[in-house]
Design a protein around this ligand. Sequence first.
Ligand SMILES: Cc1cc2nc3c(=O)[nH]c(=O)nc-3n(C[C@H](O)[C@H](O)[C@H](O)COP(=O)(O)OP(=O)(O)OC[C@H]3O[C@@H](n4cnc5c(N)ncnc54)[C@H](O)[C@@H]3O)c2cc1C
Ligand code: SF4
Ligand code: SF4
Ligand code: SF4
Length: 577
Amino acid sequence: VRGANRLLMSCTTPVAEGMDIWTESAPAVRARRAALEMLLSNHYADCRGPCFLQCPANVDVQGYLAFANAGMYREALALIRETNPMPLACGRVCVRYCEASCRRNDVDSPAAINFMKRYVADLEYDNLPAPASVSKTGKKVAIVGGGPAGLTCGYFLATKGHAVTIFDQQPKLGGMLRYGIPEYRLPEAVLDKEINYLLAHGIESRTNLRLGRDVRLDDLKRQGFDAIYIALGSWIAKGMGIESETHPNILSGIAFLEGVKRNGPPTLHGTVAVVGGGNTAVDASRTALRCGAEKVVILYRRSESEMPADEVEVKDARDEGVDIRFLVAPKRAVVEGGRLVGLECFRMELGEPDASGRRRPVQVAGSEFLFACDWAISAIGQEPDLQGLENETLGRIAVTKWKNIQADPETFQTSVPGVFAGGDAMTGPQAAIDAIGGARKAAWVIDRYLTTGTVEKFQAGFFSKRTALAPLDASFFAEFEKTARETMPKLDGHERTHHWDEVDLGVTATQVRRETSRCLSCGCASVFDCDLKVLSGNYDARQEHYMGRIKKHKLDDRHPYILLDGNKCILCGRCVR
Ligand SMILES: Cc1cc2nc3c(=O)[nH]c(=O)nc-3n(C[C@H](O)[C@H](O)[C@H](O)COP(=O)(O)OP(=O)(O)OC[C@H]3O[C@@H](n4cnc5c(N)ncnc54)[C@H](O)[C@@H]3O)c2cc1C
Ligand code: SF4
Ligand code: SF4
Ligand code: SF4
């Protein structure tokens, strides 16, 4: 109340003539935040499971596993697509941050979340509803780069009624999902189906147009686009920096994989050395086998535990006969009479951790040896090709010292107002779901920008987390019965290297029922209508602010309909009244 010398409680203050009530004064806001933080400091509860929080697209994993468990596959797919519009692709290639963080890890092994995603997407994709018609806003958005970032951003903006055009240098959209990831992991027919459905939401696609060559940012501005989203990916292969690297039998990993997709598989022979330890190296090695190589060996300069490639991919490569040698790095290519004879290599040892947190590989003096090979494929990293950003009318688009596009991590706006960025071109090479998750947030920001003219940070909302207050006790996990994780049926390891058929065959309905029942349902059942959650977000409350001793309560489920969870008490007092 204006003029009062302290905050007054609305429930105990009688209304008086001429009273001037001010509900959002700074002291009132502070007091509410403090009250919320007091409640939260002993709110030993999870709004969402770690699977949701760790998935960059915040897919409602618990929800879709529950739908799948009930046989409601269509609903499961719809729920996934609310935040990840590429479940067919992700169901095959996602790096599964959710599974790495799944609570089931502490019982036995993580829920096979992504196998379930692929199952419902494969089964129900053809039954997705025709895109709903939305009223047009009259705003135009240009998206440069039609990989998962560009497609996702375009899709969410199109569903808001904006006119979206995607420009891409390649003949087909899909980015690295099409031109990097091989057919035996993500069949093009599957990717086409997904992309066609996204485009059907009213997105125009203009392919074979390279930014900087066929179209410039100045042209996009002249054509009246109200916002531009740049998602060019990371398409320049880093060189090994060794002598004779330009020999025709030494290929770059991404150019090799792109060539297979665009021109068909080349014929390789003899021994192929693949240098690197990431996804590109593993894909190049398995692809080399399918191109006729008799022997494929990956040379990686660190040890197995530092290898960035997905461990499932590494196992699949080994099952196909790929050999991996650790702590080896090339010194020079050895060419005799114009013929590649091999790579002279150093043996390495691990020193102190570097900027990436992994132990730095150090050459062992005098350890050089010849690794004989007929071909070498270099797959040691990529960076974006940012030539196309040059322009005369928009202003300089700043880049980071790692040569990525510099953009605000919460608004995705670059140094030029109205120009946004995302995906690998902004973050450096990551995974498809990072590109998708970021693009979804960028679409939210761009939509606000187009409709209100302001650039706001993406609002994730508040999430109560038990682990913010205290770790979970081992006794919590001991209560669950241990069960085996379902496995993905695959084509036979050696036979499959003779063709390009998809290796992972997909799980069965019985496996889905068993696997989905392994989910511990970590998130709160009230998450969709909880005032505490909404208010904590509105008032920017910090759960840890008044952290003290935590009381952990056991769930009381004696009543057939009422579950009493003392951890979520909000001191309303109804239980004792
Ligand atoms: C070999 C390989 C295997 C991978 N395996 C996996 C995996 O198993 N799981 C996973 O999650 N991730 C994987 N990734 C990473 C994943 O593919 C990328 O993180 C993801 O595709 C990035 O999406 P993006 O949209 O930012 O860029 P991209 O997918 O690279 O798309 C960028 C798009 O921009 C276009 N473009 C570029 N320059 C221009 C220009 N000047 N003008 C017009 N268009 C342009 C390109 O043609 C492309 O279509 C892999 C990557 C590679 C290279
Ligand atoms: S949804 Fe509400 S009650 Fe449930 S954990 Fe979150 S804040 Fe607590
Ligand atoms: S998209 Fe990937 S990280 Fe997200 S829930 Fe699915 S498998 Fe997990
Ligand atoms: S057990 Fe279920 S809800 Fe919990 S983290 Fe794993 S998938 Fe998510």
